[in-house]
Design a protein around this ligand. Sequence first.
Ligand SMILES: [Zn+2]
Length: 238
Amino acid sequence: MTTSYNICISESAKTTHNVFIVSGHVSKPVSNIDNMGAKSYSGIFEYQFNDAIVRYFENERYHVPDIQYHAILASKNMGLRERVEYANEITPDLYIEIHHDSAQADDIKKASQAGENSPLWNEMSGFSVHYSENNLFPEKSRIFANIFADEMLKDGFKPNIYHVDKEGMICVDREIGIYNRISPWGLYVLNNMKSPSVVIECGTIINPHEEILLSLDDTRIKIVNAINSAINRFFELK
Ligand SMILES: [Zn+2]
C-alpha cells in the first residue's frame, strides 16, 4: 500500500501544475485600495465581466488535464493584498488576473458626444497582456503573455495600443499588445506575486461595440479557450 501511494504522489508531482485564475476587483468596496473596477459603456461594473470569465474555470469541462485550477471570483470580496497573500501561500506555477479595460475620462467623454458610431471608439478597443520586469519571474511571465496574445490574435481579437499611444505606458510589442508594468505604471499584484504572473485585459468594455461582443457567451468561451491553449503551451515548454 505504502509503495503504490508513493508512486502515485511522485507521478502527480511530475505532471500537476497549479494555476491561479483570479477576477480583478471586488463586488463591493472592501478597502480604499480596491474597487469594483471600470464601468462599461452601458454602466455595468467591470468585476461582473471578470467573474463571467473566471466562473468558467470553476467548471471541470474547461480544465486542461493535469492542471489544478484555483478560481477566485471578485464576488468572494478578497481585497487586493489578501488575494496576493493567499495566492503566495500556495505559490502557483502561474498567476493570471482577469480584467476588462477602459480609457481616460476625457477620451470617453469626447467619443460619447460624437456618438456610438464615432471612429474615436476605435482608439479605445482591444485586449492587452501585462507583465512586469519587477516580478520574480519576468521572463516566464513574458513568455506566457506572448503565447496568450498569440492565441487571441489567432482568434481574431485585436491588441489594445491605447495605453501606449495615449498614456505612454511601456508597450514591448504593439503588434500584440504586451505591456511591461514598471514605475510609474507598476501594479501591486505583478510586483508582489512570487510566481510568473500576468494581468489580462480581455477587451475594452467602455467601447459600446466591444461591450456587446464581450457580453456574449461565444466571445467569453473563445477567451477561456485562448487562456487554456496558452496554459497548455506554456507548461509544454518546461
Ligand atoms: Zn480592472
